[in-house]
Design a protein around this ligand. Structure first.
Ligand code: ATP
Ligand code: MG
Length: 347
């Protein structure tokens, strides 16, 4: 039989993207594929996972790459200001509108507009966005003249949009227009294999930027970073490396230069001062005792019981909202879904 060809490892589509482990392979493949098209793209993922980097990569690799890339943070402005930011306004259309002004959609003509935190838009704006996506046209605030633009839309959200739709905060028709293709950016804790490369990358960058010379990293420091859960993802990693480089007294980035959150991972306290290790030891001890001397599948018995209980309690605490529970557990939604099925906890 001929040997099965090993699947090809895709390199990052642009040089500033670091890490090519299995978790990023889909991201890179989709990024290259959608770049060729004009399709709207929806980027989902926790804070700091690289949504903006991917949006920018799609733009640069696309036939519009030489046109403008315009980012609008929809979460940063109130409705009326955001409307005028996106679509422009004519003089006198509201207090403070002292001049005509073109909006970001016009500014991005022949290029790409990146709607960051699109989940923060109001229903009224969502209607207007839907029309731009469908008809490529809109009016400036306070004007009747219709403007047509050739602008590609990439949007990002760090909320689960189907849940926002269910809660009545996001229009379903707009969602389907935005998510012609969805790219999900995995959290850093689900691609730990990329951490050493990211660390090395940021060490190089911050040495150069700060005129420092810290070329080496202590193995224990690297291990602590690989073990940590990174709730702030790559952005958090980046900040900690910069801090450590700036504070390093010698030529090595040592463990003690890392903040307590990282080092105390194994001693994180819960409840009334019980640490997780002690708690786990107690539970296991009682589990072994309860299973009796004849038990021959202790691993499955105890691990499954603990996992089922953990999933049940976190789901209850999160009022059944799977995306929240998955985030709290630090596992992805598909994994959570499988566990809910496995334990018969779907309802
Ligand atoms: N794969 C990566 N390689 C190198 N740097 C990365 C990578 N992913 C993210 N970063 C860096 O981490 C920081 C956060 O990335 P980015 O702004 O793209 O995240 P985001 O998903 O848009 O976050 P937020 O939801 O908070 O806006 C940036 O400084 C970016 O350069
Ligand atoms: Mg961002």
């Amino acid at each position: 039989m001929p040997p099965t060809p090993s699947p090809e490892t895709l390199t990052p589509p642009t040089p500033e993207l670091i890490g090519s482990g299995p978790a990023m392979q889909d991201v890179y493949r989709l990024t290259r594929q959608v770049a060729r098209s004009n399709a709207s793209v929806l980027l989902l993922g926790e804070t700091g996972t690289g949504k903006e980097l991917i949006a920018n990569a799609i733009h640069r690799l696309s036939p519009r790459g030489s046109g403008p890339f315009v980012r609008v943070n929809c979460g940063a402005l109130a409705e009326s200001l955001l409307e005028s930011e996106l679509f422009g306004h004519v003089r006198g259309s509201f207090t403070g509108a002292i001049d005509n002004r073109i909006g970001r959609f016009e500014a991005a003509h022949t290029g790409t507009v990146f709607l960051d935190e699109v989940n923060s838009t109001t229903p009224k704006l969502q209607v207007k966005l839907l029309r731009v996506l469908q008809e490529h046209e809109f009016e400036r605030v306070g004007d009747t003249q219709t403007i047509r633009v050739d602008t590609r839309v990439i949007a990002a959200s760090n909320r689960d949009l189907p849940e926002e739709i269910e809660a009545g905060r996001f229009r379903e028709d707009l969602y389907y227009r935005l998510n012609v293709v969805t790219i999900y950016l995995p959290p850093l804790r689900e691609r730990r294999e990329d951490i050493p490369e990211l660390v090395a990358h940021f060490i190089r960058i911050y040495n150069r930027e700060n005129h420092c010379d810290v070329p080496r990293i202590e193995p224990a420091a690297m291990q602590a970073m690989v073990d940590y859960d990174w709730p702030g993802n790559v952005r958090e990693l980046q900040n900690y490396i910069e801090r450590a480089i700036v504070l390093a007294p010698g030529s090595e980035l040592t463990r003690d230069l890392l903040p307590d959150e990282i080092l105390e991972k194994r001693r994180r306290r819960i409840g009334r001062g019980v640490d997780l290790e002690t708690l786990a030891a107690t539970l296991v001890e009682q589990g072994i005792e309860a299973a009796g001397p004849q038990a021959d599948n202790l691993h499955a018995q105890i691990v499954n019981r603990v996992e089922r209980e953990l999933v049940t309690q976190v789901m209850t605490e999160c009022e059944g909202v799977q995306v929240k529970a998955a985030a709290k557990l630090g596992i992805n939604r598909n994994t959570l879904h499988k566990k809910l099925q496995q334990y018969g906890l779907e309802k």
